[in-house]
Design a protein around this ligand. Structure first.
Ligand SMILES: NC(=O)c1ccc[n+]([C@@H]2O[C@H](COP(=O)([O-])OP(=O)(O)OC[C@H]3O[C@@H](n4cnc5c(N)ncnc54)[C@H](OP(=O)(O)O)[C@@H]3O)[C@@H](O)[C@H]2O)c1
Length: 269
């Protein structure tokens, strides 16, 4: 699909991440199949072109053997020597309630283990996902010597978080947006079809989705839009236009009700 949409060496930098699902399907490997002894990059002929990103599930929090096993399993299953970016998916552990104070200790130990594997060179970068400013500050206060490269969070005009962005930029953490287009629900297109978004799109002669993606990029936020339609993929890599500042301000104002599409990490201790 990416190739059909015109992916080539010239625009490879625009495709900043490819899901392992896609990588697997390109290799003809089912999700459950282990591809031990195979070099996925070689099989895909994508040795240096594709960035691999993997997220660690909340059930593997706790550091030490549990986390280590999960990390090495990811590498083994994918048949990769290294993973470019490895993220802790959620600040809470799967086995205990969100409000449980042990969550802080468990994610702390998980980070320590990720740092060890990063230092071995098996992860080229490590990061987190769904961390609030509080979770990030707590991690940064510890002396691991390695800060998260990325924090992947819900980020769109209905859920605009300028304080989190400022904290991330001040600390060299890339804020990476998900639900940029309102997520995958087919029943709720209220963000994509919001009159403010439609007006700006008409004015700039671009698609509504392109406005939402350019809005994030203009603020220094990385994007990982998900698309299965060729038209959408083409739109999503053609973002060489600028939204005028007054329109950016209008989009920022849409967060008045703080509408969320995904889970809320603020509940995690
Ligand atoms: N870390 C986390 O907790 C977390 C949570 C949620 C998502 N994610 C990740 O975020 C990435 C993005 O997924 P998402 O759930 O946030 O979805 P999204 O990118 O906000 O939206 C995807 C939906 O938008 C449609 N779409 C794509 N481009 C479009 C365009 N230009 N115009 C109109 N519609 C367009 C797609 O339709 P078609 O398929 O028909 O093209 C699809 O239905 C994924 O990699 C996902 O795994 C992470």
């Amino acid at each position: 699909m990416v190739v059909k949409a015109g992916y080539d060496k010239k625009n490879e930098s625009k495709i900043n991440a490819v899901e392992m699902r896609l990588l697997h399907s390109m290799c003809g490997v089912s999700r459950k199949e282990r591809c031990r002894n195979s070099d996925v990059r070689k099989r895909c002929s994508l040795k240096e072109d594709v960035m691999t990103r993997v997220e660690r599930a909340p059930s593997n929090h706790g550091g030490g053997e549990i986390t280590e096993r999960a990390c090495y399993e990811s590498l083994e299953r994918l048949g990769l020597e290294y993973i470019d970016l490895y993220l802790i998916h959620w600040p809470g552990a799967g086995s205990i309630p969100a409000a449980d104070k042990r969550n802080a200790e468990l994610r702390d130990s998980t980070w320590g283990t990720l740092v060890d594997i990063y230092k071995e060179g098996r992860f080229k970068a490590i990061g987190v996902s769904n961390y609030t400013e509080r979770h990030l500050k707590e991690l940064m206060a510890k002396d691991y010597g390695v800060s998260p490269a990325v924090n992947q969070v819900e980020w769109h005009p209905f859920y605009y978080q300028p304080e989190l962005l400022k904290y991330s930029q001040d600390n060299d953490i890339v804020l990476q947006a998900y639900c940029s287009l309102g997520g995958t629900s087919v029943n709720d297109k209220s963000l994509l079809n919001h009159p403010t978004v439609v007006n700006i799109a008409n004015k700039l002669n671009v698609a509504n989705g392109q406005v939402l993606l350019a809005w994030a990029l203009q603020q220094g936020v990385a994007i990982i839009p998900k698309a299965s339609s060729v038209t959408h993929i083409k739109n999503n890599i053609n973002l060489n236009f600028k939204i005028p500042e007054e329109d950016v301000i209008q989009l920022n104002k849409l967060s008045i009700n703080k509408k969320k599409y995904a889970w809320d990490p603020n509940t995690v201790y």
